[in-house]
Design a protein around this ligand. Structure first.
Ligand code: PLP
Length: 480
């Protein structure tokens, strides 16, 4: 025990190379190529600190799981309490006590339309549960999903994703999944009329594009699904639990999907957990027979720590009135970004809702910058966004992301623990980066510096240190 604690103290300095060697070298290499190679040793709320003491503002938020902040004290407290309690865990034949508590809280937030909660571990598993429920209840096999949709990376889930990159080498996909345009009711109605659609999957704000489904669209999906005997599944894995300024975006716009999936935020950033909220009617249809008890079951789904993390997160978010805070900070964020869009023609659009935003880029009319962009576009359609991403990280110590392969945009998912000053810091950073590009120190230089830096680093690791003594080789090598 004492040994492991000691080991943890030194892990930041000693173990990163193990992950590079054994876990996911390709992904880490991609970040290194962009010069994004700080080693983080401490995390709190919306900040990360690297081993040199630099503070980073984390608007990537672990892909959305840190909405309640990193190392949230309330989540820690609840997890420790569970560990100290010696409660039985995963006994299967007994009810999961903490699972019941978490389900009750979720149902209270979601409203009377929902009667039961099925727990799983990840967002993609929640998608799988929804698919299986829809096939069972309707006995139909066709699914509709939206262009640019993202519902997870398991097999059935990628069959419902609107990004062809995810499918490469995977064909054939789950049969009869049809892609339709977001916010297009005519196309939806046309497909539903065939009467063979089991379910329509919709993210109220799309994770990969940040496109917002209109209020009217969400409500009409509900009524058309009712009309044609199809289930309406809202994937709130990313939008759910206050990120967009309401507990559930679907509810806020007056829609009542038959099934809602949540995950990410619910984890408190510590324990994998997802939940599928279903109407009582759908639940009863799936579990109508005595033998249908184990229709869905996942070994770890209701484990005590996951349930406690969920309870703690909801308590924390309720106590701070997270929907109101997210709405306030979101308004500030969008006002700031839209103001930049009015000054920089390189911003094509700003989309999203609450604390979920994407800034899309297009070619500028300014000749010098436009020439650089054209050059970058030849390499990759998202290369301009990649340059902004690298400058955010290296120059301003802010973590953002590119939302999908080839998407020329940066996306942010600020935690609700952010201050108004953090939002201003981000908007000012983007202002500074774009101003620099307009003044002639363009994005090509930003990107190439990252690549050249990474190549130099690699060279140092291959060349005997005495040959590099003039380049600070020894000190650099320690961090490799
Ligand atoms: N659905 C949405 C909307 C998501 O954003 C994600 C993850 O980004 C998923 C599903 C899949 O979640 P997970 O990575 O936990 O499987």
């Amino acid at each position: 025990m004492a040994d492991f604690k000691n080991e943890l103290d030194g892990v930041v300095h000693s173990a990163a190379h193990l992950s590079k060697r054994h876990v996911h070298p390709k992904l880490l290499k991609m970040f290194e190529m962009g010069g994004m190679n700080a080693v983080f040793e401490r995390a709190e709320n919306q900040y990360l600190w690297d081993v040199d003491g630099n503070r980073y503002l984390d608007l990537l938020s672990g892909g959305g799981v840190y909405f309640a902040g990193r190392n949230n004290p309330m989540v820690h407290e609840y997890l420790k309490a569970v560990l100290d309690s010696k409660l039985p865990n995963l006994s299967i034949v007994n009810a999961s006590l903490l699972g019941g508590m978490l389900a009750e809280k979720l149902l209270k937030l979601a409203g009377p339309h929902y009667g039961k909660v099925i727990f799983a571990n990840t967002g993609t598993e929640a998608t799988e549960v929804a698919i299986r429920f829809a096939r069972y209840v309707t006995r139909r096999r066709r699914f509709l999903y939206l262009d640019k949709a993202f519902h997870g990376r398991t097999y059935a889930a990628i069959s419902l994703c609107g990004d062809p990159h995810l499918r490469e080498g995977q064909d054939p996909m789950m049969p009869t999944c049809t892609c339709i345009r977001p916010n297009d009711l005519k196309e939806l109605r046309k497909e539903l009329k065939y009467g063979d659609v089991a379910a329509v999957f919709v993210e109220p704000v799309q994770g990969m594009s940040c496109e917002v489904m209109s209020d009217e669209y969400m409500r009409e999906v509900e009524s058309l699904c009712e009309q044609y005997g199809t289930l309406f599944v809202a994937d709130e894995v990313q939008t759910g639990l206050a990120r967009t300024g309401s507990w559930f975006r679907s509810n806020a716009v007056g829609a009542r999907p038959h099934i809602m999936t949540v995950s990410k935020t619910l984890s408190g950033g510590h324990m994998p957990v997802s939940a599928v909220l279903v109407s009582e009617e759908i639940y009863q249809k799936v579990y109508e027979r005595f033998q249908s008890g184990p229709f869905y079951f996942s070994t770890f789904a209701e484990n005590n720590l996951a349930m406690a993390a969920g309870i703690a997160t909801l308590d924390f978010l309720e106590e701070m009135d997270a929907p109101a805070v997210a709405e306030r900070l979101g308004n500030q964020l969008f006002a700031g970004l839209n103001e930049l869009a009015s000054r920089y023609d390189v911003i094509e659009k700003v989309v999203g809702k609450g604390l979920m935003a994407a800034v899309y880029f297009k070619d500028s009319a300014k000749p010098m910058l436009s020439a650089e962009q054209k050059m970058l576009n030849m390499a990759d359609s998202a290369a301009f966004a990649a340059a902004v991403n690298v400058d955010m990280y290296k120059k301003h110590h802010i973590l953002v992301q590119i939302p999908g392969v080839g998407v020329n945009a940066i996306k942010v998912l600020p935690p609700v623990t952010c201050t108004p000053e953090d939002i201003t810091t981000f908007v000012n950073a983007l202002d500074d980066i774009l101003a620099t590009y307009y003044q002639g120190r363009g994005p090509v230089r930003s990107l190439s510096e990252g690549v050249v830096g990474a190549a130099m680093k690699q060279a140092r690791s291959l060349v005997p240190s005495q040959l590099l003594s003039g380049f600070g080789g020894d000190s650099e090598k320690k961090n490799l």
